[in-house]
Design a protein around this ligand. Structure first.
Ligand code: GLP
Length: 247
């Protein structure tokens, strides 16, 4: 794992985009794995700005999103599709046909199967990842098998409470979601894990310094050959020897 601890959120995003943009310019038909959540908003903002400024071409780029709430319509204000459309898809020249999203509304098993097949046919070049305060990646909650693939999952209480800030109340937060599995995530050629703020510091230290265990889904990233971790000082404050990482 290559770990960079940066001063603040803004620098985390700048540095993450620097790495991502090298890939975007090198390979025009890049396959990109995308994540949602508050952390990623800055990154999508940079992608949009740079698309406008330098004309980075998204017409041949293919995207796969990590996860989606079960049962939310695409136009629901809190669906991840709506989020992606708002922050990225509607603002760059991406071809709608190249946007692949988990379908959570009908024939869930068959659509998960199709998602897994599509992921086998289109190896992800760069997977953007956030982390939950309980160490989840995508919506793979603690105790998820490292062999898991795309499927319907039940969300942990912690995750629903964390994400309730986007809804009117906890009751409104879906209880289930469809998520790529850990095995799908590990198949990506490169992973950029991004985290900011002290709420993530425990999860980050367990993921990086702790044992590789299904109790901390993100800990499996220690076994991936090409992971860059971009975090700010707050998120990295519990890391052992964190001074060695500061840029
Ligand atoms: C959700 C998503 C994750 C994301 C996490 C952290 O639970 N399923 O993919 O990493 O939130 O989000 P935030 O950046 O809002 O803390």
């Amino acid at each position: 794992m290559k770990i960079k601890i940066l001063k603040n959120y803004k620098e985390v995003i700048n540095e993450s985009y620097k790495v991502l943009s090298e890939h975007l310019t090198k390979k025009q038909d890049l396959v990109l794995g995308l994540a949602t959540g508050e952390t990623m908003i800055g990154l999508y903002g940079k992608m949009v700005d740079d698309h406008k400024k330098s004309g980075i071409d998204y017409s041949r780029i293919k995207t796969f999103n990590l996860d989606e709430y079960y049962g939310l319509q695409r136009n629901h204000a809190q669906s991840y599709y709506h989020y992606m459309n708002k922050h990225l898809f509607s603002k760059v020249n991406i071809n709608e046909k190249n946007i692949v999203f988990p379908n959570t509304l009908s024939n869930v098993d068959a659509s998960c199967e199709r998602y897994n097949l599509a992921l086998e046919e289109n190896k992800i070049d760069v997977q953007i990842l956030g982390i939950g305060s309980n160490g989840h990646i995508g919506f793979n909650e603690p105790k998820t098998s490292f062999k898991s693939k795309t499927r319907l999952v039940e969300l942990d209480k912690t995750t629903r409470v964390d994400n309730s800030r986007f809804f009117n109340d906890l009751e409104e937060v879906p209880t289930h979601a469809i998520t790529m599995g850990i095995e799908n995530i590990l198949n990506a050629k490169k992973i950029i894990l991004i985290a900011s703020g002290s709420d993530k510091s425990k999860a980050i230290s367990k993921a990086i310094d702790g044992p590789v265990t299904e109790l901390v889904p993100a800990s499996i990233l220690q076994r991936h050959p090409n992971v860059e971790v971009m975090i700010d000082i707050e998120a990295g404050k519990n890391l052992k020897g964190s001074m060695n990482y500061v840029k």
